[in-house]
Design a protein around this ligand. Structure first.
Ligand SMILES: [Zn+2]
Ligand SMILES: [Zn+2]
Length: 331
């Protein structure tokens, strides 16, 4: 079990008997004192914990999924919890192996200082504090583009600080402080490797089989209410990010709308630029591990290879579809 508070200090009798909850991250079984992470929770009240069940991530998963275009090669420091106006000064050893790995990878590896806000409203993002100051080996490092007094907006994402050009063999000193009253931040120093797009795609949710995808489509066309007269549903094949027809259809498995589909490469491009995994239809925040190719619509797109003008289809309650040709217009 990890506890961001407990990891800093000797076991504190105040935390004895805190209820624990398992991390939501894929393949992660870490149990945490969730009330130590989330200020709004009552550590002894099951109901209080239930409302966040399935929405809690340990700090290791939070760093991992905040920027899945990089993969951790080595932990060098962290997690270290830092409080406002309590400057941190630590030193860490950078070895010959670390430095030669960075050189060998020729721009594809980074020594990253990663910062999370302990109680962030958006869990899977990086977030530097207000009035942050970072000095590594006597070099001031600028970690944010925004003004240091302006808080990170709900749709914004911060980036890790790349220390490749400052790190040196042997002891490296990191001085970190901020003025962001009442907030705690967690720091990590990790050696990271940049992934190729193909490697990033391997971290997606595996697609449904065609049979499963048809069952899902029937359910979506029928709707939840069985008493309703079922009708055909129209699905646009246009990607809101591209403005044109999807080449390969994808969606976030945690946004179940029939229309919540978009172009796979376009969402990966967008996420790589913005670090955001947001469904462009529902505007819900999601994650790479929910991203999934849409087996049903990819089959449709394959069939429509020779009809590039078709940007809409109609699906009946048996999940049979037909193209809507632009010339036929609205019937
Ligand atoms: Zn605790
Ligand atoms: Zn986890």
């Amino acid at each position: 079990m990890q506890d961001p508070n407990g990891s800093l200090t000797p076991p504190d009798p105040r935390f004895a008997g805190h209820l624990t909850e398992t991390c939501t991250g894929p393949d992660c079984f870490v149990r945490q004192h969730m009330a130590c992470v989330r200020k709004d929770l009552d550590p002894f009240n099951l109901g209080s914990l239930a409302k966040v069940k399935g929405k809690l991530y340990c700090e290791s998963c939070r760093t991992k999924w905040s920027n899945p275009f990089f993969e951790k090669v080595k932990d060098i420091m962290g997690p270290i919890v830092v409080e406002s106006k309590q400057p941190l000064a630590v030193s860490r050893i950078i070895t010959r192996d670390h430095l030669s790995y960075i050189r060998k990878m020729d721009g594809q590896a980074q020594l990253q200082l990663i910062c999370l806000q302990l109680d962030d409203a958006v869990l899977l993002r990086q977030h530097w504090p207000l009035e942050v100051s970072l000095v590594v080996n006597d070099h001031a490092v600028r970690v944010i583009g925004r003004q240091s007094k302006i808080a990170l907006g709900i749709n914004q994402r911060d980036e890790a600080a790349n220390l490749n050009h400052i790190a040196r063999l042997g002891s490296n000193t990191i001085r970190f402080s901020f003025d962001d009253p009442g907030r705690k931040y967690i720091l990590f120093l990790q050696l990271m490797r940049k992934l190729t797009v193909e490697e990033v795609k391997k971290k997606m949710n595996p697609p449904l089989s065609l049979v499963e995808a048809e069952i899902r489509m029937k359910r979506l066309v029928m709707g939840d209410d069985e008493d309703l007269v079922t009708e055909r549903s129209r699905i646009s094949l246009k990607c809101p990010l591209l403005g044109s027809r999807m080449r390969r259809a994808a969606r976030f498995a945690d946004s179940d709308g029939i229309d919540n589909v978009f172009d796979l490469e376009a969402i990966l491009d967008s996420a790589q630029r913005t670090r955001r995994w947001i469904c462009p239809h529902s505007l819900r925040s999601s994650a790479l591990f929910h991203l999934q190719e849409d087996a049903y619509l990819n089959r449709v797109l394959d069939c429509l290879k020779d009809s590039p003008d078709v940007v809409e289809i109609e699906v009946d309650p048996e999940a049979r579809w037909r193209p809507i040709y632009p010339s036929s217009g609205e019937e």
